[in-house]
Design a binder for this molecule. Sequence first.
Ligand code: SF4
Length: 354
Amino acid sequence: MDAYHARYPFLRAARAAVEEAGVDLSELVRTDDAVVDRARERVERALTDREIGPASRSTRVELLSYPVARVIASLVDANIVRQRYAEAEATAARERFQADFADSEEINSVGAPSLDRETLLREFDLESAVRRADGGFEMAVSDYLTYAASLRPSKWRLSTRVLADGWVSITADELDRLLQQAVETRVESGLPLSVPDSIATELTAAVTAIERTLEELDLTREIDTVVPELFPPCMQHLLDRVQSGEHLAHHSRFAITSFLTNIGLQTDEIVELYRTNPGFGEEMTRYQTDHIRGDSSPTEYTAPACATMVAYGDCVNPDDLCDAISHPLSYYEVKLDDEAEDHTDWRERAEAED
Ligand code: SF4
């Protein structure tokens, strides 16, 4: 466990360091208030300020607070907490690695070993997918799409890029933005974690504090509102297909059912929506919906992001707002916000958030 791991806790080496130290998570959350407090701060600041707050002076506290923060984020019953938390960790990571990249010394300004771009590319298995070219970089198109597909501004669309022989031209800053996206994906991967009761009990106070913050910020209010005319085009299309009696492939049915569940529809309401489908099976619909909701499974599933929707051919009729979001739930959230504040310029806001 050293300062490098604490600075970049999402790295495989940092995880290995925690494992090698033989830390017992259950014991840690029961006995180490400093770690739990810093973990709670990471998640709370992600919600209030879209950042993770200042690093602890203790390398140990800073590093161990990362896995505990992922546990806390898992225990709060709201997907937006995990999304905002992953975003904030990735934003902090980018600030740090860009500072390291700019530092020509081996030891950076905070005394921790520097992370260089080649190492970070290797971390995400991108070393052969990125090459230098004309003062900037080129990225293999499939890897570019993996990370750029979920970015909001239209400048990331492949149709607006220079593409030659399967390589996409990008600037150094754009490469760093894609690496930030890779970090975000890794932080969010596997969340929500399945947390043993003994650990959840010890974290009750931290989780309650996050829930209170969430309530004050009112971040979940809008997403619990059901306004079908504001659904993203993909979900409107899937819902139309269900209601017109078409048989949906498993991935499509999962997409619309998880979306409806995530925005607050109850199982009974989803069953009613699907009932018009001649191939409708109430028992199966209830089973699938309860499973997605996490009532009959250890996981509450989140609707697929746009990149996944595109990959499965479920992204249909994307409109201008689609250029500015990376997730159908974000589309819906922006639409609801715009309804509430019809003077809001969504494009400016989306660009500012990026
Ligand atoms: S871009 Fe995203 S939100 Fe828009 S239609 Fe495609 S999948 Fe749906």
